[in-house]
Write a protein of this length. Structure first.
Length: 502
């Protein structure tokens, strides 16, 4: 068990303070954290964002609108901080990763911001796999070929929008765009770059061989920096807007997946972070070299000395929401009561939950969801329960791959709104994995993780383990239910082999 929720009153705060900026797919959030990574009550600000999607697979946002919302959040926090006399020591941004936009020679965005969920480049994956030995690319970059990574995206963009493609001077992420607007220069952290599929994870440089096969040049990408690189000296427009931030250090944007691990207390290989929001992911922070990545996993970076192996699923809370809406279920509380009474895998159903294609471990972007075993006796609750179990099975498969890299048996720490709002799903996870699942009580783990890494870089934390971890309730597995789920996993694997790989 851990400490109380990491939100404190103004009277209990301990300076210095970090302003954290979290640009997600649904909202921009800003918050103030004290030197122990505790969020200050009443100092959190949120502005909603919208991702535009199309039936062709586009998933895009307006980068300038994102920055406008970000400035608005900073305005609100700085106004509150000034009223309290709170001095900010640094600013620590993090962003959703796998995003990219093109800017012209004046560094103005001329393309939308494409997100990791954009699948328009799927048709380029087969060509890349035919041209390269994917296992070698996977070993170098930590990434498989997939529409969510830039090798496929750049080839698709150049073919489908050649005129616009030629007008792009540089390709940057939203974090770099923010930095350029604020300072007139920008760089990209190893963390964010590692999610693009173009970073050599061993040399921490752009992968020249892979980029040479793409319709871009290395000089169209930003310089690479570590997470501790600092930038000061806001442009006059922003120095006048936020005088208190004029000369304090700003850190480069980090990937929200990496900061979520840190913020939820999963700061070493002793803990694995299980996050289920719209999508799902299993990640571990390791500080030792990874010579071989198991097929099916990715390996990103926290910084120059810490890697982040794991796997992400396209399915998660999105499947839960889709089932709730499509089948017109009653309130979540009533659904929870019914789910809790149901026996494991007692519905006769096998589900492949790929509503948005598959990422880890098979990386079959073309895969689609399947429900097998329907009968006249099947109920909507049977389908819902089977869907939640199906996601847990995919998580378990990824976990078995991730365990191969870890020196000891890890504790699993769960976070993400979709999972934490469903005790039944948490129990399903524990029973499927056959091990305890502890609940993180950190509300905004990504924001907190960015703040903790800034505190570490500034020397205000000697190491991340000094910060309280805020671990809450623990869900214990049941051995009999675990046995039933192991059989169900094999049944799902067999169906997958016939429909996806067959």
């Amino acid at each position: 068990m851990g400490s109380q929720m990491p939100i404190i009153s103004r009277e209990r705060r301990e300076g210095p303070y970090i302003l954290s900026i979290d640009i997600g797919t649904s909202a921009v959030r800003t918050a103030l954290f004290d030197r122990l990574g505790r969020a200050m009550r009443g100092m959190e600000v949120r502005e909603p964002l919208e991702i535009m999607t199309t039936t062709e697979g586009a998933s895009e946002a307006n980068p300038d609108l994102i920055l406008e919302r970000t400035w608005k959040c900073i305005d609100s926090v700085m106004e509150q901080a000034a009223s309290l006399g709170t001095k900010i020591a640094a600013v620590a941004p993090c962003t959703f990763v796998g995003n990219i936009l093109g800017v012209n020679s004046s560094n103005q965005a001329i393309t939308p911001l494409a997100t990791y969920a954009d699948t328009q480049a799927y048709g380029e994956v087969a060509g890349l796999r035919a041209e390269f030995d994917e296992s070698i690319i996977h070993d170098r970059t930590g990434c498989h070929f997939h529409p969510c990574y830039l090798p496929a995206y750049f080839r698709w963009f150049a073919k489908t929008k050649p005129t616009l493609f030629k007008q792009v001077s540089r390709w940057i992420s939203i974090g770099e765009y923010l930095e350029w607007k604020l300072f007139g220069q920008s760089a990209v952290s190893y963390s964010v770059a590692s999610w693009l599929g173009l970073l050599n994870r061993k040399s921490l440089s752009w992968d020249e061989q892979l980029i040479a096969s793409l319709p871009i040049r290395i000089d169209q990408l930003s310089p690479l920096v570590d997470s501790s690189a600092l930038r000061t000296g806001l442009r006059p427009e922003f120095a006048n807007r936020w005088p208190a931030l004029q000369d304090i250090p700003w850190f480069p944007a980090l990937g929200d997946g990496a900061t979520a691990n840190i913020g939820s207390g999963c700061v070493s290989s002793k803990r694995v972070a299980l996050t289920v929001g719209t999508t799902s992911a299993l990640r571990a922070v390791v500080d030792f070299p990874i010579s071989h990545i198991p097929k099916g996993l990715w390996c990103y970076r926290v910084d120059s000395r810490r890697s982040l192996p794991g796997g992400a699923l396209s399915e998660g809370g999105s499947l839960f929401s889709w089932l709730m809406e499509t089948m017109n279920f009653p309130s979540l509380s009533e659904v929870e009561r019914t789910l809790a009474k149901m026996e494991p895998d007692a519905h006769g159903l096998t589900i492949l939950p790929f509503l948005a294609g598959e990422r880890a471990p098979g990386w079959a972007g073309h895969a689609r969801a399947t429900i097998h075993g329907l009968s006249l006796a099947t109920t909507p609750f049977d389908i819902l329960r089977a869907g939640l179990e199906a996601v847990a099975y995919r998580i378990a498969i990824v976990f078995e791959l991730l365990r191969q890299l870890l020196p000891s048996e890890p504790q699993i720490v769960a976070s993400g709104g979709a999972l934490l709002h469903s005790p039944s799903w948490l129990q399903i996870m524990a029973d499927t994995l056959g091990r305890q699942v502890a609940v993180s009580e950190v509300k905004e783990a990504s924001s907190r993780g960015a703040a903790l890494l800034a505190l570490e870089a500034l020397g205000l934390l000697k190491n991340l383990s000094e910060a309280p971890d805020f671990i809450g309730p623990v869900f214990d597995p049941d051995s009999k239910r675990h046995g039933r789920y192991l059989e169900a996993i094999e049944r799902q694997k067999a169906l997958y082999g016939k429909l996806v790989k067959g």
